[in-house]
Design a protein. Structure first.
Length: 113
């Protein structure tokens, strides 16, 4: 097992390796599988930490920009962005009603001919 990994990660990897162990599989093979799983878990944790650091940097940068620009100007920019691009949720709420109205209109048009 990797000495850099925590005991918890090592135990979790061994537990998973034993749960998927096939009949006739040697302890050495199981140990190698556990090492692979442990490496995968460690890589996943590293990626998640890197993503968290990047999100934190972006959040701090946004806070810094907001504090230097001023709250009112930043709020005005946010309001303008809201008007320029409607949210997906609003579009999905309008869609069924629009289709219903259009179908009734076409239905009435069909029977008036």
């Amino acid at each position: 097992m990797n000495p850099n990994s925590s005991k918890e990660t090592q135990q979790e990897a061994l537990k998973v390796a034993k749960s998927i162990q096939k009949p006739g599989q040697t302890k050495e093979q199981t140990k190698l599988i556990a090492q692979g799983i442990e490496k995968g878990i460690s890589e996943y944790k590293k990626q998640q930490k890197a993503k968290a650091r990047e999100r934190d940097k972006q959040r701090k940068q946004q806070l810094k920009v907001k504090s230097t620009v001023g709250e009112n100007e930043a709020d005005d920019q946010l309001d303008q962005n809201d008007f320029q691009s409607p949210s997906k949720g609003a579009m999905f709420m309008i869609l069924p009603w629009g289709l219903l109205i259009m179908s009734w209109f076409l239905f009435a048009l069909f029977f008036t001919r």
